[in-house]
Design a protein around this ligand. Structure first.
Ligand code: BGC
Length: 761
């Protein structure tokens, strides 16, 4: 009996004679299996496979079971335990005519039961092993809950911190985000896509969602083809090359055409140019939204546009089921339009191993966890280890940090005691009561060696309209009803009795989320007044920042003695913050997104073009590219982050002055830890093409190495550059390297760099 027959038997398909003729390669086996199955499917069953529904109040379970048994649902999302998913799978593989298994998806973005830091934080680790660990643990935990697919990684390049979803992505840089995209897809998959602990990645949001105008969520995207190809598309491509089996389509339009009806995007680019072989999934309700985009008159036209453009599965609407049969009957779409989509859905299920064993990840009821949220199901050690690597030391005057475990420490701020905010947005199956707050983390670190005193100081939001907005679905923000002045006065009193003040300030997690765009990047609520009052006490002031986007912190940077960016650090966040504040871990994170000085500077990103009139340091500024009220440049540049030790970097040495076509050369620097403690930093290599057929950015990250050095130790760090690193998309969208001069810049952030030049012959 060949392998295919075996597969058929396992799922009870043999009786429907889906066995293919003898085939040779795994791909041929898969294709033959799917072709055979499709021959037996009715039109309704085919269209049923294209429907992905959300499990929630919209449809009661008995009705869902009926729909599945009738072959009218292909997969679900938001059902996240084995006992929830088992009856759904049973309805499919026992009660439906063809016994085609369901798949179960969820937004596992930065952890599942255990929350890791938000993605923007993960990126700030610049540590591919740590990022891979977070992805692998997420996959293991989610697969153990009966899930097969994650709507991740989210690799939208974002250069506008007003956009709340900046928190979900890995920042502004094409190279860094592309590297992480690949790492994440591999980590979710693990050894094999069909393994019981594997999750299929559905990369999102294809495409360019991070470039919404003004950072306002769901807004229009209008972009030149060269910028698209050069800066925004590579991370999706990297995820697909790494084997992402799914692609979620973005909600925005691109140069006037919604992604959901964009044939160029979904067919020409994704399928033909990139060779994508997996399933495409619309975002929530996006097919119907084609009407409001103004490209479809009604549901019928929306369904037609989407299926023709190449949207295989529709998320949480019933337009395909309602409209495709009529469209086919009237000859407005072809059987092939439907079949191609069905083929991809079945192919994804095949790759996830579900035809071989539909209960692969759901398991037997007898082995279900006794307590879904049991402590033993968490990965606290991994979460703490990763979280501390994501923290970025922004300022540390007079060695304010690390703190000593002695005396009295004032811990101030609503966020210091918020378990919910620790988890960050899109926290999957994370439960607030299992997360460690900053206060609790500090308390357990000091034990009885020091005294901790607390005051709330300020709410993160006071405006009732904002609170109502953020609490739209569930209570996200809880406020203390006392007058702001009273709370600030209480905090000042507590600070006065202490040796040092740790103020935990920032945003509530819901402020950096979907549909959470901001017109200000200031600390919200009365937190600025709180900081000013704490500063006035004269006590050393440490700001622990929790936020999901770059904030404008000019004033705070002047007031604070030390600042630590901790993002939303996850289940073990409080312990990780304590590790860093007390020096049990020396911070090594580097920003993955530029921190602006003010909101008026936006967009501000390091890889900008020079323009014809750049501001020249030391020269008069008139008639150069700048704002006259503000210094050019950010508050904290991309790639920036301090350590408790100091590092020096030598000049750059190149192995040659010229690079031949197809050749390589090396760029080296000597990195020395000149301080008193061991520490790690990220050596970053940037390139600039001095004169090309199109203006090229002043610098672009092309490689980096995270290096750990003992106090006093030095190391030569060498990068190999090849012609590939010099390539870019020219005006004809050809990926080419043009001859001429290139600047190589190496630094410990994107602004302070050492430079050398070479020529490509
Ligand atoms: C979001 C997606 C998410 C989906 C399913 C949508 O609102 O845009 O990122 O994957 O919901 O939860």
């Amino acid at each position: 009996m060949n392998k295919l027959c075996l597969l058929g038997l396992v799922v009870g398909l043999a009786s429907h004679s889906v066995m293919a003729e003898t085939t040779t390669t795994p791909l041929a086996n898969k294709n033959a299996f799917i072709s055979n199955l499709m021959k037996q499917m009715t039109l309704a069953e085919k269209i049923g496979q294209l429907r992905l529904i959300s499990i929630g109040p919209e449809m009661p379970q008995p009705q869902i079971l009926k729909e599945i048994a009738a072959g009218r649902i292909g997969g679900t999302f938001n059902s996240i335990t084995r006992p929830e998913n088992r009856p759904l799978q049973q309805a499919a593989v026992v009660n439906s005519r063809l016994k085609i298994p369901m798949f179960f998806a969820y937004d596992v973005v930065h952890g599942h039961r255990t929350a890791f830091p938000i993605s923007l934080g993960l990126a700030a680790s610049w540590d591919m092993d740590a990022i891979a660990l977070s992805g692998r643990v997420s996959a293991k935990e989610a697969a153990a809950d009966g899930l097969d697919m994650t709507f991740a990684p989210m690799v939208d390049i974002s250069r506008d911190p007003r956009w709340g979803r900046s928190s979900e992505g890995f920042g502004e840089d094409t190279y860094l985000v592309s590297r992480i995209a690949k790492v994440m897809v591999n980590a979710y998959r693990g050894e094999h896509p069909g393994s019981a602990d594997s999750l299929m990645a559905s990369v999102k949001h294809f495409a360019l969602y991070g470039a919404v105008e003004g950072g306002k969520d769901y807004n229009t995207v209008d972009m030149s083809p060269t910028r698209m190809y050069q800066d925004y598309l590579p991370p999706y491509h990297a995820a697909i090359d790494a084997g992402a089996g799914g692609v979620m389509i973005a909600l925005n339009s691109i140069n006037g055409i919604p992604a959901t009806s964009n044939t160029w995007l979904l067919k020409d680019l994704l399928r033909k140019d990139w060779g994508f072989k997996g399933v495409t999934i619309s975002d929530h309700g996006a097919i119907k939204e084609l009407i409001r985009h103004g490209v479809a008159r009604d549901d019928r036209e929306a369904a037609k546009l989407a299926i023709k453009a190449g949207v295989d599965m529709s998320m949480n609407d019933s337009v395909y089921g309602e409209q495709l049969p009529g469209l086919l009957k009237d000859g407005e779409i072809t059987q092939n339009d439907i079949d191609s989509a069905v083929r991809e859905v079945l192919g994804a299920k095949y790759d996830m191993g579900l035809f071989a064993d539909p209960f692969r990840r759901i398991g037997d009821a007898a082995t279900d966890p006794i307590d879904t949220n049991g402590e033993s199901r968490l990965h606290r050690v991994e979460a703490r280890d990763v979280a501390r690597k994501t923290m970025v030391l922004l300022k540390n005057d007079n060695e304010t940090l690390p703190l000593k475990k002695q005396g009295t420490i004032a811990v101030i701020g609503a966020l210091a005691k918020s378990q919910l905010d620790m988890l960050g947005s899109w926290s999957a199956a994370g439960v607030p009561h299992q997360s460690v707050t900053v206060f609790d983390g500090l308390a357990s670190a000091v034990g009885d060696k020091a005294k901790l005193v607390y005051a709330r100081g300020a709410n993160v939001a006071d405006d009732p309209a904002i609170i109502k907005y953020l609490n739209f679905m569930v209570t996200e923000v809880e406020t203390d009803p006392r007058p702001a002045e009273e709370m600030i006065a209480e905090a000042v009193k507590v600070a006065q009795q202490s040796d040092v003040v740790v103020a935990v300030v920032g945003e509530s997690r819901g402020m950096s989320h979907e549909s959470a765009s901001r017109t200000s990047l200031n600390l919200p609520g009365r937190q600025q007044d709180l900081i000013a009052a704490l500063k006035a006490t004269g006590k050393p002031l440490v700001l622990v920042l929790m936020n999901g986007r770059p904030l404008a912190l000019v004033k705070e940077q002047q007031q604070a003695d030390a600042m630590l960016e901790t993002w939303f650090p996850g289940t073990e966040g409080g312990n990780a913050v304590a590790d860093v504040l007390f020096g049990d871990y020396n911070p090594s994170g580097k920003l993955a997104m530029t921190f602006p000085r003010s909101i008026g500077q936006l967009p501000v990103y390091y890889a900008h073009l020079n323009t014809g009139r750049p501001l020249m340091p030391g020269k008069p500024g008139n008639y150069t590219s700048q704002y006259f009220e503000e210094t050019n440049g950010p508050l904290f540049p991309f790639g920036y982050g301090l350590s408790y030790t100091q590092f020096s970097l030598s000049d750059v040495t190149l192995s040659a002055k010229d690079m031949k076509r197809g050749g390589t050369l090396t760029a080296s620097v000597t990195l020395k830890n000149t301080g008193k403690v061991d520490g790690a930093t990220v050596v970053q290599l940037y390139l600039h093409d001095v004169a090309a057929s199109i203006s090229r950015p002043v610098k672009e990250l092309k490689n980096f190495q995270k290096v750990m050095l003992k106090a006093g130790e030095e190391k030569v760090v060498t990068f190999t550059l090849s012609e590939e690193d010099l390539k870019f998309f020219n005006p004809a969208l050809k990926f080419v390297a043009e001859p001429g001069e290139f600047n190589v810049m190496i630094g410990l952030d994107s602004s302070d760099v050492k430079q050398q030049s070479f020529n490509l012959l």
